[in-house]
Write a protein that binds this ligand. Sequence first.
Ligand code: ADP
Ligand code: ZN
Length: 224
Amino acid sequence: MNPGARLVILGKQGAGKGTQAVRLSRHYVVPHVSTGDTFRAAVRSGSEFGKRAQKYLEAGELVPDEVVIGVVRERLTHDDTTHRGFVLDGFPRTVQQAEALMEIVVPQGLDVAIDLEIDTRVVLERLASRRVCSDCGANYSVSDNPPRVPGICDVCGGDVVQRDDDTEAAIRRRLELYDHETAPLVDWFDERGLLARMDGMGSPDQVTERLVTEIDRRKKFRPR
Ligand code: ADP
Ligand code: ZN
């Protein structure tokens, strides 16, 4: 195994982005940087910052670019991420965020941006059964991947709940924003030779194996 990787995971809500991001971060021994988890944790903490983020999350709206970019810049300029790498999950979501990211990751750049592709019908089913640990953010699914003890996180023992923003209205809004703001990023990364379109169907293990094969192939051409 060859540790270290500099990855972006794109994909619609419910594509399995969060699940695969956690697995890839373990495989390559790099931090999983999830902007969604960061904002949810801030909301739970009740901080001033969290209070400002809350209204966007509940409505399924995007947090303003300057705010998100600031958070990511701060996180990606620590030693662990500059040396080993990162798995970015939920960022970038707009072209402005993508442009900022490419400046932040200079000089090493990215290995690859993975677009996890999935059928819209499957997405809605997955979102309806999606649950999350309210303490550590671990992802579960009541149909495919329930916690061993119902309602209790396998990792930390926290409460496993439905996300506040997994309401029908907020999901609809996030999918709409995905089409308008985030889908164009697929072409944006493709034009820069950084995109891998990957099939998100199948079991989590099958998808991880597929992704690792592609990432390793790309990494060979980007010695560090
Ligand atoms: P999902 O993949 O289900 O949309 P995330 O956990 O990635 O969920 O994000 C949850 C919420 O956090 C978003 O709806 C948005 O309000 C905020 N958020 C996360 N990442 C970003 C980002 N890159 N830009 C703007 N807002 C973001
Ligand atoms: Zn937990």
